[in-house]
Design a binder for this molecule. Sequence first.
Ligand code: PLP
Length: 275
Amino acid sequence: MYFYKNEFIPKTDIHLSPDDRGYYFGDGIYEVFRVYQGQLYEQDAHMQRLQRTAEEVRLTLPFTSRKIGQILTELVEKNKLVEGTVYVQITRGEAPRAHPFPPQTEPVMLAYCTEVPRPVATIHNGIKAITFADIRWLRCDLKTLNLLPNVMAKQAALDHGVQEVVLHREGTVTECSASNLMIIKDGVLYTHPANHLILHGITRAVVLRLARALEMPVKEEAFTTEQLAGADEAFITGTTVEITPILEVDGHSIGTGIPGPLTRRLQDEFVRTFA
Ligand code: PLP
């Protein structure tokens, strides 16, 4: 069962309009929630980010945050989802193609659940990455549908036989195609500051909270691709990837080339936030 516009409806009964501004302009926003044990994880943080993105792109949400939360909870229940994700997107609505905001469109909300197990193998074994130029716009803090640069980057990784890209702007690491990046050097955790150049990941915020609770020094400071290469440990954070170690970048091992002890510590703590 999906949710579309105003109702819960089977996927096959949804008739999308070719005039939806999501198609023409990528004129819409989205969120991906994790569901653990039938519960939306970090629901308030995701709703706040959705609200903020909506305000920044001047899109009026079709329902209150509270109502959207209720709809998503009902969706999880209707689909009997125990472990997976909920995707929700809201476009500026349907109107003949023209750049200005249409005067009288209704925003269109689409939401559905997917059963997805936790990626325990990669969380345990880690992944490899390549560096890749971050060619996105300057509002990467907004979770909008304009994901072509992220799609191109992810495909470049797969074409190179690795799983992820480390995006950088002239050597300064920002984040990855659909996750944030953290490194550990001499016991200090570094990650790019939450400004306009990265998505303010919900998992990033959880991990920073956990690190501080463990009295691990945290520096929200940008680092370079060279610093990444010289790091003791590196990992990505994201709703679907949780905390996944990065073992190799551009063919060079990070640290000892196996998931590091502080990464493991944070992974253990992270599981306790939902288990
Ligand atoms: N950075 C980008 C570009 C993303 O697309 C995502 C998630 O989709 C993240 C970071 C991680 O954010 P979160 O932890 O909220 O899933």
